[in-house]
Ligand binder design. Structure first.
Ligand code: URA
Ligand code: SF4
Length: 225
């Protein structure tokens, strides 16, 4: 990548990559341990800790979110905040056992801005394409080790991380899509289902309708199991 000025006005981002930090051998435990030390992009500087994926290496379904939120950042675990509550309920309603899923994020550090006038509240900021690309080797390594039957992209950012920047959640949600190629992990066939991010339910005026849409998309994934 050429010298690209960061959207945040900072330094060039051409060298951002988690690649040098990803161990060549070992299982999920080794990956998680190494990811705790990742300095592959600037997001580690402000965040509390790496929030790595969680679940069984034998999981048949992998759920991919965007990035940890405020609570996930503090607790070091994915989807333990409000969006996680929506996700757990929707999975159960769709007939997917949340305990049988491997849950992770496209980006492993929390990106935020501080809002001083609101008691220094940390407000989520969407990761940019450089950060998504930098963090993708972790996602590829997780997918290689778990090698699930079904992958669910939760929201536009996860969809872009898995399928590329032209992904559009409004157009591609709720249908069976080709398996993604992620950093050397490239299974054949169709195994990907995209849906909205569960936090979209919390932001919606018509929460129930948006929630039912999420459940309907997850049912498409459930049918593959
Ligand atoms: N939103 C996400 O995308 N991931 C989390 O882990 C929490 C909230
Ligand atoms: Fe590494 Fe990803 Fe964290 Fe960036 S966001 S430092 S690439 S783990």
């Amino acid at each position: 990548m050429a010298d690209v000025e960061g959207e945040d006005g900072a330094e060039p981002e051409e060298a951002y990559s988690a690649e040098p930090f990803v161990p060549r051998r070992g299982g999920l435990t080794a990956l998680r341990k190494a990811a705790a030390e990742c300095r592959g992009c600037p997001l580690h500087r402000e965040a509390t800790q790496t929030v790595f994926g969680e679940g069984d290496a034998g999981a048949r379904i992998v759920l991919v979110g965007e990035q940890p939120g405020d609570q996930e950042d503090r607790r070091g675990r994915p989807f333990v905040g409000p969006a996680g509550g929506v996700l757990t309920r929707a999975l159960e309603e769709a007939g997917i056992d949340p305990d049988q899923a491997y849950v992770t994020n496209a980006v492993k550090h929390f990106k935020f801005t501080l809002v001083p006038e609101r008691g220094k509240r940390r407000i989520h900021k969407t990761p940019n394409l450089h950060e998504l690309t930098a963090c993708r080797p972790w996602l590829g390594a997780e997918l290689r080790l778990v090698d699930p039957e079904v992958i669910v992209a939760l929201g536009a950012t996860a969809g872009k991380a898995l399928l590329g920047p032209s992904f559009r959640v409004t157009r591609q949600r709720g249908m069976l899509l080709p398996c993604p190629a992620v950093d050397g992990y490239a299974p054949s066939g169709e195994c990907l289902v995209a849906t909205i991010h569960p936090s979209a339910v919390l932001r919606a005026d018509d929460r129930e309708a948006v929630y039912q849409g999420l459940v309907a998309d997850l049912r498409v994934a459930a049918e593959l199991l």
